[in-house]
Every structure is written in structure tokens, then in C-alpha cells.
Design a protein around this ligand. Structure first.
Ligand code: MTE
Ligand code: MO
Length: 500
């Protein structure tokens, strides 16, 4: 083997050692503050909206593993280049590891919750990587170690193996430590006892479909958190401040002592494509926000609530949507259980009628009363609509696209939603023909989706089924196609099928 492959492998092994050391120190001292996740977070924040939309659309929830894999490949390439350069020009050791360490430290500092000491793991990583590269320098003089026939440098191979094993062990230890924290977070969630609602959800109407409520395990998840934030419910606090007469600070126990409401509410993501999966309905338990805001005394002129989460997300919600009588809440429970960690444990916002990015901050710790003029929240900075009002929309769930069906009676079914306004009618059109009314199933309220059914006498051939909804304000869902950016997709969901 020549210098170049040794250099490349050496570079990768040295970088792996540095990263493992950094991740271990971070996991042991401040979980979630490691440089790898920080780089991922910085990349997510810097990713242009078009690329984010593409990732959400094409990759769904695998977008995060894919991102980590891409970062891994890029890092390996940079490490290999550093390693090769180091075989020719030793100062490259310091230059390369220094640059990678600085990039890691910068990414760590770019994280909202970061403090200066959080750069220590990245710096340690750079030093470990540099020492490893130095140790791996191929001996040119002195003891002859190369076996001439094969060109294999035994001592170098041994050192590479030792470093690889050490890095593997450190990485395994880091994963064990964070795994333990994770199960501790899970246990503290299980220990939370939620009181019953003082104002319970109206019972679901008779005849509601079995899949009206989305089970927690099947509820879509959309967020920018590369690792799920672990919030200790014992130390969690919510601060309500800004343009208020009296600041309020609440612990979880304080929150749970207040009268709780339970409501069925459909939540959906503005990034959902026409026909997309990012929508679900759950029975949420929480504290009505209006009461808390009245206690705080919101100043005249404050038109925006900026919710901040432990991971630095900011979500701007119009003040009006918390005070106009709708069930805007600080939710603590979802379908009879404490909020799942990935859905915002211990507390999240929920605003009926608004897309998640505008009204549903997870892992929330702060509500600041301010104005839209004064502050742009995370997604608004990236060009998304300020108001985030849910558009009237509908989806065909059955039959599936490109299904092969037998001729005869076929049930076409799906959901339609227009939270706050409610669904008035759903219509289906076959092959661009007249719109025919679908049967609406019972639903909980205007804040939940409406399930629908349509009996279709299918004849053989290939057919296009389209659906459109009309909400109770009389607005008909428009057929014009619009992308999710900047205010939610429009267009009729159309499914093509073949009937034999
Ligand atoms: N802290 C935090 N809250 C967040 C987000 C986020 O990235 N971070 N994403 C929002 C978006 S875009 C949506 S659609 C909903 C999704 O909530 P879910 O994952 O519980 O379905 O959460 C909202 N709350
Ligand atoms: Mo979203």
C-alpha cells in the first residue's frame, strides 16, 4: 500500500478518534451538546426552504438519518484529505484538525442553548485527532517496519487498529451514556400523573370511525430537532413575559394544579403536500391559554406570542388566536398519556386552526408577548406566512394510488379538514366529470377532520378520482395547485386507479 491510502485511512481513523472523544465528553457532561448533532442542527437551520421541503417530501422522517449519513460522508472525505496531506506536509495535521475542530465548535456555538464551555468537547476532539495523526506518521527513518514485498507497514496497521478500537469503545460509551439519559427521560415521563380534565372533551359522536383518533405511535412528527429534546419535568419552567402587566412563571406541578381541558383537535403541517401524511387527530389535555394570558395581563398592541422551546425553536402565534374563544392550550397530555417525548414532553402549545409551525411549539419553555413588527419567528424568517391559518383541504385514503380494483361497487374514502370553520360538504369527481357529494361521517367538532365515504360504481378501464371540500364559511377548496411554501399547499388530491 502506498502513502495515499494509508494517509486517507489514517485521516479517517484519527478523525473518528477525535469525534468519539468529543462525543463521549459531551454525553458525560452536557447531553445533546455534542459537535455531531450541532453540525446537523446548523445544517438544518442553514438549509434553504426549497431543499427542506424536498427532504420532507421525499424522505419523510428518514430525513434525519439521511442528513447524518451525508454529514458522515463529508466528514470522512475531509478527514481523508487531511490524512493524505499530513503524509506529505506535517503542518497539515494542525491545519486540518484545527479547521475541523473550529467548524465543530462554531456549529456548537450556533445552537440556541449553547454556552461557551460547550466548545470544549470539539476542541478536545481536535487535539485527539491531531495527536492520533501525529502518532500515525509513517516512520521513514529509524526502525525498518515495512515489509518490502507487500509494502504493508505492520506497525502502522497496528496503530490504526488500536485507534479504531479505542474510538469504537469511546463511541460505544458515549452511546451508552446518552441511552441511559434517554431511558431516565422516559421514566420521568412515565412518572408524570395527569389529573383528569375539569372540562372534559365532549364524547365522540355515535358512529365515529375507528380510525378517527390517531394513536400516538402513528402520529406524524415534524421538527428540526436532530435528537429528541429530553426535558426534566422536575426542573421544567414556563415563563410568560414581554408585553404583560405581570410576568408568570410556572412549574409543571403549578400547571397541573390548574383546571385542565380535554379536546379532540386535528393538527397538520404546512409542509404537507396535497394528499400527504402530515396530519393527525388526538385528544389533547391541557391548560387553556386564554386564562393564563388574562392573568398575565396582555398589553394592548401585543399581537404576537413568541413561543420558545428548549431547543431554541421560535414559533409566532397571533395573540388573537389565543383569546378569540378557541381552545388554544398548553398541552400536557395526548390520547390519555403524558405527551410523548417526540411530541413535546412535558408541555407544548396547540392552536386549533393554525398549522403546527404557527401554533404548536413543542418542548415549550417561554411565551413572550410581543408584536409581529418586532420579531420574526424561525419559519417566518425563512419566508413562511405569518398567520399560518389552515387551508381547507381533503385527501383520498382509499383506494391507494395505482390500485388495481375489480369492477363493481368501490368505496372511496378519506378525510377533509378546515379547522375552526368545519367541513360542510365533500365531493368526488370521476375522470373530470361532475362533482358528486360524498357521505360525511360523524366528527367531533369544527376543529377536527371529517371522514367521508363515496360509493363508486367502478367500470373497467383506468380512472382518476378527485376530491374537494367546502368549508362552513362556504369556501370551496381551490383546484389550483400551489406548493406548501409559503402558506400551505392547494389543489385537489387525485388518485389514479385501474379497474379490471
Ligand atoms: N420545538 C419545536 N416545536 C415544533 C416544531 C419544531 O421544529 N420544534 N415544528 C412544528 C411543526 S412545523 C409542526 S407541523 C408540529 C408537528 O407536531 P408533531 O411533531 O407533534 O406532529 O410541531 C411544531 N412544533
Ligand atoms: Mo409543520
Amino acid at each position: 500500500m502506498g502513502e495515499t491510502p494509508y494517509g486517507a485511512i489514517g485521516g479517517i481513523v484519527a478523525a473518528g478518534s477525535g469525534i468519539a472523544a468529543a462525543e463521549l465528553l459531551a454525553a458525560a457532561t452536557r447531553p445533546g451538546s455534542g459537535p455531531l448533532v450541532a453540525v446537523g442542527g446548523a445544517v438544518i437551520d442553514a438549509t434553504p426552504t426549497a431543499v427542506k421541503e424536498f427532504a420532507v417530501r421525499e424522505l419523510g422522517t428518514t430525513d434525519k438519518p439521511v442528513l447524518l449519513a451525508v454529514i458522515g460522508v463529508v466528514l470522512a472525505a475531509l478527514a481523508a484529505v487531511t490524512g493524505i496531506a499530513a503524509t506529505r506536509w506535517p503542518p497539515a495535521i494542525v491545519a486540518g484538525t484545527g479547521l475541523l475542530g473550529a467548524a465543530g465548535a462554531a456549529a456548537v456555538l450556533s445552537r440556541p442553548a449553547a454556552t461557551v464551555v460547550d466548545v470544549v468537547p470539539a476542541m478536545l476532539g481536535a487535539v485527539v485527532a491531531a495527536l492520533a495523526l501525529w502518532w500515525l506518521r509513517r516512520e521513514r527513518r529509524g526502525v525498518a517496519v515495512a515489509v518490502p514485498e507487500t509494502g504493508v507497514d505492520r506497525r502502522l496497521v497496528l496503530r490504526l487498529a488500536l485507534l479504531a478500537v479505542g474510538a469504537g469503545a469511546a463511541e460505544a460509551a458515549a452511546l451508552t451514556v446518552s441511552g441511559q439519559r434517554e431511558s431516565a427521560a422516559g421514566k420521568s415521563r412515565e412518572a408524570v400523573r395527569l389529573p383528569a380534565a375539569a372540562d372534559p372533551a365532549p364524547p365522540l359522536p355515535a358512529g365515529v370511525a375507528a380510525d378517527f383518533t390517531t394513536p400516538n405511535g402513528r402520529f406524524y412528527r415534524v421538527d428540526t430537532a436532530l435528537t429528541v429534546p429530553r426535558v426534566d419535568p422536575a426542573t421544567w419552567r414556563l415563563r410568560i413575559h414581554g408585553m404583560v402587566d405581570r410576568e408568570i412563571e410556572l412549574s409543571l406541578a403549578d400547571l397541573l394544579r390548574r383546571p385542565l381541558i380535554a379536546r379532540d383537535i386535528t393538527l397538520n403541517c404546512v409542509s404537507n403536500e396535497v394528499g400527504g401524511p402530515y396530519i393527525g387527530t388526538a385528544r389533547w389535555l391541557g391548560v387553556h391559554l386564554a386564562a393564563l394570558l388574562r392573568e398575565a395581563g396582555v398589553h394592548r398592541g401585543a399581537d404576537q406570542i413568541v413561543a420558545r422551546s428548549v431547543d431554541g425553536m421560535t414559533i409566532g402565534t397571533p395573540v388573537g388566536t389565543a383569546l378569540d374563544g378557541r381552545d388554544t392550550m398548553l398541552a400536557v397530555g395526548m390520547n390519555g398519556a403524558p405527551l410523548p417525548l417526540e411530541h413535546g414532553f412535558p408541555v407544548r402549545m396547540l392552536t386549533p386552526g393554525l398549522y403546527g409551525y404557527a401554533g404548536a411549539c413543542k418542548w415549550v419553555t417561554e411565551l413572550e408577548l410581543t408584536t409581529f413588527d418586532q420579531f420574526d419567528a424561525y419559519w417566518v424568517k425563512r419566508g413562511w406566512d405569518r398567520q399560518g391559518t389552515v387551508r381547507t383541504a381533503s385527501r383520498i385514503d382509499q383506494p391507494k394510488p395505482f390500485a388495481r380494483l375489480a369492477a363493481g361497487r368501490v368505496t372511496v374514502a378519506g378525510v377533509a379538514w378546515a379547522q375552526r370553520r368545519g367541513i360542510e360538504t365533500v365531493e368526488v369527481s370521476v375522470d373530470g366529470g361532475p362533482w358528486r357529494p360524498a357521505e360525511l361521517l360523524p366528527t367531533a367538532s369544527a376543529d377536527t377532520w371529517t371522514q367521508w365515504r363515496f360509493d363508486w360504481p367502478a367500470t373497467s378501464g383506468s380512472h382518476a378520482l378527485a376530491v374537494r371540500a367546502t368549508d362552513r364559511s362556504g369556501a370551496v377548496q381551490p383546484g389550483t395547485r400551489a406548493t406548501p411554501f409559503p402558506a400551505g399547499a392547494t389543489g385537489w388530491h387525485t388518485v389514479r386507479v385501474t379497474v379490471d
